[in-house]
Design a binder for this molecule. Structure first.
Ligand code: 13P
Length: 276
């Protein structure tokens, strides 16, 4: 059975002092949750602090991206091997805020996934459509295109690493990020089921194991309805990750949803979802 996963994406926020207080509050409250893995993805410069503060805790930490290069004359880039040296378990890859800056095509994002996997990190690969794409009836097609390189572009060796390191997919509709307008549980469930079905086409067993988390204005007030959906395995939080009470509340809600899912009779198997 898949555990829930709740990850905070701190984006461009934090200071040594603020981080210390936030991480201490999280540590105090998140040590006894069952069925939920928790993590924070911070700016690179704070990974050392995260490692020092979280190494004896239940909270994992990670980066918000890794380079598509191993080493060389690439000013400002940070490699997967470098972040792994700071004890990171995760790295977000392909976040829409990176894609929007035109720095990350699907091909580049896939290279970053490969580097993360070879460094032993768990990539959190982000997909999601814009509002125009959704309004134009293209949401599944866009997400399908973003997923194709992962599902079919990884060779057998890389796919085995994706399984070994429990790669995560984050469905983050761009229109829901930072807007206060979250996807409805039905909209999100439909897309998560679609993503799982795509993975099942390559590897049915992995499709039942891979965690597909939702991101986009997830908050304490909507977490229960979203995280209780059968194919939603947790959340990737922006704004709510910066407020200790909100992050903790969402993690507790995830634990509750997980408990309910575990009590359900049979975990659902991935079903084909039409593009219509
Ligand atoms: P918000 O939770 O602020 O909408 O951000 C979501 C996000 O982008 C997480 O990666």
């Amino acid at each position: 059975m898949r555990n829930q996963l709740v990850v905070g994406n701190w984006k461009l926020h934090g200071s040594l002092l603020e981080n210390q207080s936030l991480l201490n509050l999280l540590k105090q409250s998140l040590h006894d949750l069952h069925g939920v893995d928790t993590a924070v993805c911070l700016p690179y410069v704070y990974l050392f602090q995260a490692q020092a503060m979280l190494q004896d805790s239940a909270i994992a930490w990670g980066a918000q991206n890794v380079s598509q290069f191993t080493e060389g004359a690439y000013t400002s880039c940070v490699s997967a091997a470098m972040v792994a040296e700071f004890g990171c378990r995760y790295s977000i890859v392909g976040h829409s805020e990176r894609r929007a800056l035109k720095l990350e095509s699907n091909q580049v994002a896939t290279k970053r996934v490969l580097h993360a996997l070879h460094a032993g990190l768990t990539p959190i690969f982000c997909v999601g459509e814009t509002v125009d794409e959704r309004d134009g009836g293209m949401a599944e097609l866009i997400v399908k295109n973003q997923m194709l390189n992962i599902v079919y572009g990884l060779d057998d060796e890389a796919f085995a690493l994706a399984k070994k390191f429990n790669m995560v997919i984050a469905y983050e509709p761009v229109w829901a990020i930072g807007t206060g307008q979250h996807a409805s549980p039905e909209q999100a469930q439909r897309m998560h089921a679609f993503i799982r079905w795509m993975i099942a086409e390559r590897d049915p067993e992995f499709a039942t194991q891979i965690r597909i988390v939702y991101g986009g204005s997830l908050s304490p007030s909507n977490a229960q309805s979203l995280l209780s959906m059968p194919d939603i395995d947790g959340g990737l939080l922006g704004r709510a990750a910066l407020v200790a009470e909100d992050f903790i509340q969402i993690c507790r809600t995830a634990a509750l949803c997980q408990h309910q899912k575990q009590s359900a009779v049979e975990p659902p198997t991935p079903q084909p979802v039409s593009l219509a």
